[in-house]
Design a protein around this ligand. Structure first.
Ligand code: C2O
Length: 505
């Protein structure tokens, strides 16, 4: 194992990812932020300096387990209080169980929507199962929606209902970007991959956006899905696939097409349920084949799909882990209902089992757990103030049935784990134990509109971990709860003094 050192500075910047100049918050002056690439088992030591004028910040390492280092999960109000302006924090942790494609982002309010995001790739130590496809090149594709208004202003309008339009419209992005480049109002800048012909490339798709669903495709090229949030899956050929916020997929493409002109559109279209300002939801990039007589811009004017194939778009229920990973039997079961609703004054508020999360001031759940204050005994679910927290003080196999009583799909994310997805569907489910033979493990899963999803995790990772909707506006509206595993163990851990001093600052 190698120790990899990074220095990140979070600062304000004027940028124009889609051609429209706007205020951004960025890592090391760039958008997307620098890519972290490491091997499973490596140690990452990342000094993060807050150069913002008046806001705290954090970095969360999405999808990493942080087993034994919950204080470096970077979740403001849960595992820390945010790095004060002018200060820094050195995150220092080992890359344990996770390998695959993920990303890092600020987890302080909606800061990541302003640009504090970057790729994080962890190469596995184990080899892929025999017969698994191979590839010649490995490429990162950082996808996002783009908002021209600073996120703090958007969220304020969204929560108070004081914006120019109805709240749901305020979730609407102005455009999108592929590896930091998009097109707004006729801009013709495109991110371009120049690829050798007759090779196979792994594209690591990462949805780093705030609300929009993204449909990804490459003109004329079938895509073979091989990875979902760090889980290798049986190769699955599709024409296109839809990513929700914070989800990742790796797809293989082979540069052997004869249709087209050696230059092809990458499409990262923003789709329903949000619509896009202006007339188009199209977000484009380009793949050109090196040395082909390619023009710099593809000639296709509309999406040709994959002519001559009978492939369809991805169906999430068809994703099958390449290696069977059977969960233990459940020993605990909880039901959690949620919805986004309106306040009496026309603003927006989320409810999650009757609670609505808002950040703690001057402390973090972790410090409360370590101080043994107001946390419930084994297996009970408490509604402490404005927080819904499921606590287990022994190692249990926990099922949570999430029921979405409102409209719209919600991408939920559980920190510190890669839970098994035991089942999902529309309507309601009675919560009976489910026993799928080869359930998918992923850290960001879609709870369908008016539907349900059952997840399973083992409470063996000490600390408080958030379970929340990753739509930035929804989290700020309170669509967040916590699972608090092994508080007695957490209380005995050596929490770095930086965390408490941050909270006191
Ligand atoms: Cu991508 Cu709570 O995080």
């Amino acid at each position: 194992p190698t120790t990899r050192n990074y220095e990140f500075t979070i600062s304000e910047m004027t940028g124009a990812p889609d051609g429209f100049s706007k205020s951004m918050l960025v890592v090391n002056g760039q958008f997307p932020g620098p890519a972290i690439e490491a091997n499973q088992g490596d140690r990452l030591v990342i000094k993060v300096t807050n150069a913002l004028s008046d806001n705290r910040t954090t970095i969360h390492w999405h999808g990493l387990y942080q087993n034994g280092t919950v204080w470096y999960d970077g979740t403001a109000s849960v595992t820390d209080c945010g790095i004060p302006p002018g200060d820094s924090l050195t995150y220092d942790f080992e890359l344990g169980q996770f390998s695959g494609t993920t990303w890092y982002h600020s987890h302080y309010a909606t800061q990541y929507s302003d640009g504090v995001t970057g790729p994080l790739i962890v190469y596995p130590t184990a080899s892929a199962p025999s017969g698994f496809p191979t590839w010649d090149g490995d490429l990162i594709v950082h996808l996002t929606d783009v908002y021209h208004t600073f996120s703090a202003a958007l969220v304020q309008q969204y929560l108070s209902g004081t914006g120019p339009t109805a709240p749901i419209i305020l979730e609407t992005p102005d455009s999108g970007a592929i590896n930091g480049v998009g097109q707004y109002d006729g801009s013709t800048n495109y991110f371009n991959f120049d690829l050798a012909p007759n090779k196979t490339y792994r594209l690591r798709l990462i949805h780093t956006g705030s609300a929009a669903q993204i449909r990804f495709s490459v003109d004329y090229h079938p895509l073979t899905i091989i990875e979902v949030d760090g889980t290798l899956v049986e190769p699955y050929d599709v024409v296109g696939l839809t990513l929700l916020v914070a989800q990742r997929y790796s797809v293989l493409i082979t540069t052997n097409q004869t249709a087209g002109n050696g230059s092809y559109w990458i499409r990262s279209d923003l789709i329903s349920p949000v619509t896009v300002d202006g007339t188009t939801s199209e977000v484009l990039g380009v793949i050109t084949y090196t040395g082909e007589n390619s023009t710099s811009v593809p000639t296709a004017t509309s999406d040709p799909g994959v002519p001559g194939s009978n492939l369809a778009d991805m169906d999430v229920s068809q994703l099958t882990p390449a290696v069977v990973d059977t969960p233990p039997d459940r020993t605990r079961f909880y039901q959690v209902d949620f919805a986004i609703g309106a306040t009496s004054t026309g603003g927006t508020i989320a409810q999650i089992n009757g609670t609505s999360w808002s950040p703690l001031q001057g402390t973090a759940t972790l410090l409360q757990v370590a101080g043994n204050t107001s946390y419930a005994a084994e297996g009970s679910s408490v509604e402490g103030g404005n927080q819904l927290i499921i606590t287990e003080d022994s190692i249990e196999t926990v099922d949570i049935l999430l029921t979405n009583t409102g409209a719209g799909d919600h991408p939920f994310h559980l920190h510190g784990h890669r839970p098994w997805i035991m089942g999902f569907g529309t309507g309601t489910y009675d919560g009976q134990d489910l026993t799928p033979s080869n359930p998918l493990r992923r850290d960001t899963f879609t709870v369908p509109s008016g539907g349900w999803l059952m997840l399973r995790y083992v409470s063996d990772n000490p600390g408080p971990w958030t379970l929340h909707c990753h739509i930035a506006w929804h989290m700020e509206a309170g669509l967040l709860m916590q699972v608090n595993s092994l508080p007695s163990v957490t209380a005995g851990l050596n929490i770095p003094s930086d965390i408490a001093s941050q909270c006191a600052a």
